[in-house]
Design a protein around this ligand. Structure first.
Ligand SMILES: *Cc1c(COP(=O)(O)O)cnc(C)c1O
Length: 432
C-alpha cells in the first residue's frame, strides 16, 4: 500500500482495500439484478445522505459539477443573470454558473479562512448593485443584469461564514447555493439559529461531489444535491433524467446526470465510515498544528474560527518560497499539492469576464504561497512527524537565504505565477 519511505499526498488505496469485501458485494448485487441506473440502492443512499446533511431531500447525480448546475437551475437561476462566487475555487463552481446561462462575478476571500469574505460581498452589493425593479430584484448598476444567486464555497473542508452571507442574500433577494464539494460533514455555529449546523443544510440548496479524493468518495464519478425545498428537489430529479417526470413524458429538456446504482451502493457503505474518517482528519490537523507551530512563524497554518468545525479535506499552509518548499518536500519523498495555483479570474477561460491582476489581492496573494500537505484519515503520527521535520527544515533554509540576501523581504502583492501564466509561459507557472 504505502511505500514506507515515501509519504503520498493522498492514499486512496488503503480505505478501499479495507472495505474490499463489502464493496465487491455491491457490484455482485448489481450484476445479479442488472440494476445499474436508479433503483433501491440510489434511493437508500439518498435518504441516508439527506439525514447526514440534516436536509429533507437529497438527489444523487453524476458529479459535483452536475450537482452545482442542477442546484442553480433548480433554484431558478436563468440565462442573463449574475451569480456571485469566489475566485479561489475549482473551476467547476464557475463552469456550472456559466452552464446555467449566468455570468460569474467574483468577490474576494478572507485572508485567514480562504472563504468568501462577507464584507467583500457586502461591498459588491452596496457599491455595484441596487435593490430595485418591479419585483424587488437586485440589479447590477452598470450592466442592468439581475443578480440571481451567490455561491459560497466551503473550501478545504471549512464552511464559509454563512450567517453573514445569508443575511446579505436575504436583504438583496439572492438565492444561496452552497458549494459543499469539499465539506461533507463540516459544521458551522449559527448565532442566528443558536446551534451547530452542517454543510449542505443552510442554503436553498447545496452541491456535493463524491469524486474519489473527496472526504466521501465514490469509486468513480458521483455527486448529490441536498435541499429542504421539495419543488427544487423535484426539478433536480427531472433535470438529471432528461426532463422526465414520468418515463418518456418530458416536461423540459434535461440532462443525462444520474447517479449510478453501483456508485450509490458504494457510497452507502462508505458513508457509514465518514464520521470516523472526518474525526481522524481532525486529529491529524490538530497534530500538524502542534508539530508545525514554528517559532519563526514563517509557516502559516490553517485558521479555524471558534464557529467552525472543519473536516480538513485539505491541509493548506502558506510559505514564502513555495516552489522551493515543494521541491524540498518532493526530494524528501513527500507529496504535496497546490489548490489552486491560478485564481479563476486570471484563467484564460475567463479572459472574457474582463478581470485583471490586482482585482482580488487576497486570493492572488494566497495563490502564490499556498501548499497542501498530505492529509487523509490513515495518515500516521510518524508520517506527520516526518512531514513536519522536512517542512520546518525547508522554511528555515528559506529564512536563512533571505536574511543573507534580502533582510526586509516582506509579504507583498507580487504574483509571478499568474504573470507567467498570462504571458503564455505556462511552464513557469507554479504547480504545473
Ligand atoms: C470537486 C469539486 C467540484 C466538482 O466536483 P466533480 O465531482 O469533480 O464534478 C466543485 N467544486 C469544488 C470546490 C470541488 O472541490
Amino acid at each position: 500500500m504505502i511505500d514506507q519511505g515515501n509519504i503520498p499526498f493522498l492514499d486512496l488505496v488503503t480505505p478501499h482495500v479495507e472495505l474490499e469485501d463489502r464493496l465487491c458485494e455491491v457490484f455482485k448485487k448489481a450484476l445479479r439484478s442488472a440494476g445499474f441506473v436508479g433503483g433501491s440502492m440510489v434511493e437508500e443512499f439518498e435518504r441516508e445522505f439527506a439525514t447526514y446533511c440534516d436536509s429533507q431531500y437529497c438527489a444523487g447525480v453524476g458529479s459535483g459539477t452536475d450537482a452545482l448546475r442542477f442546484a442553480l437551475l433548480g433554484a431558478g437561476v436563468t440565462p442573463g443573470t449574475i451569480v456571485i462566487t469566489v475566485p479561489n475555487t475549482f473551476i467547476a463552481t464557475t463552469e456550472a454558473i456559466s452552464q446555467a446561462g449566468a455570468r460569474p462575478a467574483f468577490v474576494d476571500v478572507d485572508e485567514h479562512s480562504y472563504n468568501m469574505d462577507p464584507e467583500a460581498l457586502r461591498e459588491y452589493l452596496e457599491t455595484q448593485c441596487e435593490l430595485g425593479g418591479s419585483n424587488d430584484r437586485t440589479i447590477h448598476k452598470e450592466t442592468g443584469e439581475t443578480v440571481a444567486a451567490v455561491v459560497p464555497v466551503h473550501l478545504y473542508g471549512q464552511m464559509a461564514n454563512m450567517d453573514a452571507i445569508l443575511e446579505l442574500a436575504d436583504r438583496y433577494n439572492l438565492v444561496v447555493v452552497e458549494d459543499a464539494c469539499q465539506a461533507h460533514g463540516a459544521q458551522y455555529f449559527s448565532e442566528k439559529a443558536g446551534r451547530w449546523r452542517v454543510a449542505g443544510s443552510m442554503g436553498r440548496a447545496a452541491a456535493f461531489s463524491f469524486y474519489p479524493g473527496k472526504n466521501l468518495g465514490a469509486c468513480g464519478e458521483a455527486g448529490a444535491v441536498t435541499t429542504n425545498d421539495p419543488e427544487l428537489a423535484a426539478r433536480v430529479r427531472m433535470m438529471r433524467d432528461h426532463g422526465q417526470a414520468r418515463k418518456y413524458f418530458h416536461d423540459c429538456e434535461g440532462y443525462n446526470g444520474r447517479l449510478d446504482a453501483i456508485q450509490a451502493g458504494i457510497l452507502k457503505i462508505k458513508l457509514q465510515h465518514l464520521a470516523e474518517w472526518n474525526a481522524k482528519r481532525q486529529t491529524n490537523a490538530a497534530r500538524y498544528r502542534e508539530l508545525l507551530d514554528s517559532p519563526q512563524g514563517v509557516l502559516r497554518l490553517p485558521y479555524e474560527p471558534s464557529w467552525s468545525k472543519a473536516v480538513h479535506h485539505l491541509y493548506v499552509v502558506q510559505v514564502e518560497n513555495r516552489d522551493q518548499f515543494q521541491q524540498d518536500m518532493a526530494e524528501a519523498g513527500i507529496g504535496t499539492g497546490i489548490h489552486y495555483p491560478v485564481p479563476l479570474h486570471l484563467q484564460k477561460a475567463y479572459g472574457k469576464l474582463g478581470y485583471g491582476l490586482g482585482d482580488f489581492p487576497v486570493a492572488e496573494a494566497a495563490a502564490s504561497r499556498i501548499i497542501s500537505l498530505p492529509m487523509y484519515p490513515g495518515l500516521g503520527a510518524d508520517q506527520q512527524r516526518r512531514v513536519a521535520e522536512y517542512a520546518l527544515r525547508s522554511v528555515a533554509r528559506t529564512a536563512d537565504r533571505q536574511s543573507e540576501f534580502a533582510p526586509s523581504m516582506a509579504y507583498g502583492g507580487e504574483y509571478p505565477g499568474a504573470a507567467a501564466y498570462l504571458s503564455g509561459n505556462a511552464a513557469e507557472v507554479s504547480g504545473r
